[in-house]
Design a protein around this ligand. Structure first.
Ligand SMILES: Cc1cc2nc3c(=O)[nH]c(=O)nc-3n(C[C@H](O)[C@H](O)[C@H](O)COP(=O)(O)O)c2cc1C
Length: 372
């Protein structure tokens, strides 16, 4: 089934989700406590709506935050598939489209809404956005949850987009934690091995399809821009970063651009992680000196804080991984597989459910890899 992605950016996505009655507006919630608490309650429930927070005390009206985008009927809309498909059908159809995708290279354009406001030098202030404290014991405010980092391989030139948490240190610096082996980390290691600063961009609030691709394990050397372009059937439009030259989505909401110095570290963490607890404490990590901030008028931060599963990202991963699971079982020669589900409750790794037609004794054991 061909995907028909009916939106181009976060704003047209919000309009469409609003049309199916799945966006609520909330005014006056605090960044210190209320937005984080509300996100946690919403994220656990598939049918709960997306919520757009505005009039956040201490910030200008119009500086908004969207949470819980991936749930309800908007899952199908986000993935460009008919609303009538149930989760199994959605999984099968999306996995098939994802595997068949022909990458489409991104395209540079001269202008875009992200250039509506540009701050440089003394005007740079990351604290001018209403970043929530997402979980009670977080070591700081994380502007990067529904975000992604853009980096370029210094040898091969390809551009990676990866979701890695981003903590606000102060007006002009933000820190990340990137696990070993992640593509952004490999890029950073290459720069650091040469003692060179790494150019980087953090995108906070973008086209939801592109965001989902940045938290999907796409093979090394392939840009998430090209996969999102391929799924949509047209190139992602990008502008050239004024400081780094990196390609920045022309219709993003908020963008931070700068350099990560190999010699500099600041304490980062702890942060509530996808397991539902704090996996690590405070430690020194590299950070980005912010040299430019770009944002649209009335910018919308996309918040996707990890929660104890099920949460919105485990809902997305279930769709993708369940499709892969079913295919893997069929490729292994097991017949009679009626359905497979990598449960969002077990964060898609710890609880795999398989429905089979019991054609012979011992089939369950074969599927689980048990010898009889
Ligand atoms: C909300 C959210 C937060 C994440 N935070 C991190 C993180 O802090 N560090 C990390 O290494 N991966 C994190 N991940 C997982 C990566 O985004 C994921 O593995 C992705 O595929 C990495 O991209 P890459 O393969 O291009 O490196 C997070 C994912 C999500 C959805």
């Amino acid at each position: 089934m061909k995907l028909q992605i009916p939106y181009d950016d976060l704003r047209s996505w919000i309009d469409l989700a609003g049309e199916v009655g799945e966006v609520r507006a909330v005014e006056g919630a605090s960044w210190q406590e209320e937005i984080g608490m509300a996100a946690e309650l919403l994220n656990h429930s598939d049918p709960a709506p997306a919520v757009l927070f505005d009039r956040i005390p201490g910030y200008p009206q119009g500086h908004r935050i969207l949470v819980n985008f991936f749930g309800g009927r908007r899952k199908n809309m986000t993935l460009g598939l008919p609303s009538g498909l149930n989760n199994f059908q959605l999984s099968g159809a999306f996995t098939e489209a994802f595997q068949a995708v022909t990458p489409i290279p991104y395209e540079f354009v001269d202008d875009g809404p992200i250039l509506e406001n540009i701050k440089m030098g003394d005007d740079i202030n990351v604290l001018s956005f209403p970043t929530p404290l997402w979980h009670e014991l977080d070591g700081g405010r994380y502007i990067g949850t529904g975000s992604f980092n853009i980096t370029q391989d210094p040898d091969e030139g390809w551009v990676n987009l990866g979701t890695y948490r981003v903590m606000v240190h102060d007006e002009k610096s933000v820190g990340f934690y990137i696990s070993p082996g992640k593509h952004g980390r490999i890029h950073r290691d290459k720069y650091f091995a040469r003692q060179e600063p790494m150019p980087a961009v953090v995108v906070v609030g973008a086209d939801p399809l592109l965001f989902l691709m940045t938290c999907t394990e796409i093979p090394y050397g392939v840009s998430e821009y090209e996969i999102a372009g391929g799924l949509r059937g047209k190139p992602c439009k990008v502008i050239k970063g004024k400081v780094t030259g990196l390609p920045i989505p022309a219709n993003a909401e908020i963008v931070l651009e700068g350099f990560v110095d190999p010699k500099k570290r600041k304490p980062e963490g702890p942060f509530g992680e996808w397991t539902g607890y704090y996996g690590s404490g405070l430690r020194d990590e590299p950070y980005m000196d912010v040299k430019a901030i770009y944002y649209r008028n009335n910018p919308i931060m996309l918040g996707c804080p990890p929660q104890r599963p099920p949460d919105e990202i485990s809902r997305y991963r279930s769709i993708l991984r369940s499709g892969f699971l079913k295919q893997a079982l069929e490729k292994a020669g097991l017949s009679g597989i009626k359905a497979a589900w990598a449960s969002e409750v077990g964060n898609t790794r710890m609880l795999l459910c398989i429905a089979i037609e019991q054609r012979c004794r011992g089939l369950c054991g074969q599927i689980c890899g048990r010898r009889r």
